[in-house]
Design a protein. Sequence first.
Length: 100
Amino acid sequence: MKEFDLEQVYDEQIQPLITQIIAICKEHKIPMGATFCFRNSEDEGEEYCSTFDAHEEVRGKSEHMDELWDAISPQRSAPALNMTVRNATGDVTQMIRIIG
């Protein structure tokens, strides 16, 4: 894959929408998975932001969702710290990833 850096596009345009989608899926227990490759660099390789929730406790086991998780789960070690910032009403306002 060629080098690119679209983190700002992801942060400004996609992240607010995916936050809404995640909230709707959580509210209605809709199994979902999504992954976005926002950067590829020679030094760091491909960088992704992924979200996944199969809601197995409510919807039951799904072979398809298991396969989806296998496809989108991080291929390298997870970041040192993932932080979700919420406002007073509990809405996600920011997602921060710090790589050690």
